[in-house]
Design a protein around this ligand. Structure first.
Ligand code: ZN
Length: 133
């Protein structure tokens, strides 16, 4: 079954920690061992797994992406949000996380983030959980 996490972003660029929402869906599924596929069906958002303890890391990643791919550049796309499309492609729109003993297998410092690059908007993350064997 396909499930969704819905997120309402508040800023043009923002990382939203969705780790607990994903874990809740895994727990509700009752699947103890398997794979959790995460997919972002948007062209100006992305998903990443990175440090969840120090918010400065998210800030630094966002600031560096903005520096590398500025909002205004020699872009042809008429909607005016090419920088967001490019960031989405570079960061990526899917992840797979292992499930063991009913828990997402993440490192101590890892969290899962929806990456907003053209907010504020309503976003959703599609989740497919597949059982081992
Ligand atoms: Zn566009």
């Amino acid at each position: 079954m396909l499930r969704y996490v819905n997120v309402r972003t508040k800023n043009r660029t923002e990382f939203v920690d969705i780790t607990h929402d994903i874990q809740n869906i895994v727990t509700e599924s009752g699947i103890m061992n398997g794979l959790c596929y995460l997919y972002v069906p948007h062209t100006t958002a992305a998903i990443t797994i990175n440090e969840g303890a120090d918010p400065s890391v998210q800030r630094d990643i966002q600031a560096t992406l903005i520096k590398l791919i500025p909002f205004d550049g020699d872009y042809h796309h008429r909607e005016g949000n090419s920088s967001a499309h490019i960031k989405s492609t570079i960061v990526g729109i899917s992840k797979v996380v292992f499930i063991e003993d009913g828990r997402l297998v993440l490192g101590t410092w890892q969290s899962i983030y929806l990456c907003e690059f053209d907010g504020p908007r309503h976003r959703r993350i599609a989740i497919k959980i597949v059982k081992d064997g």
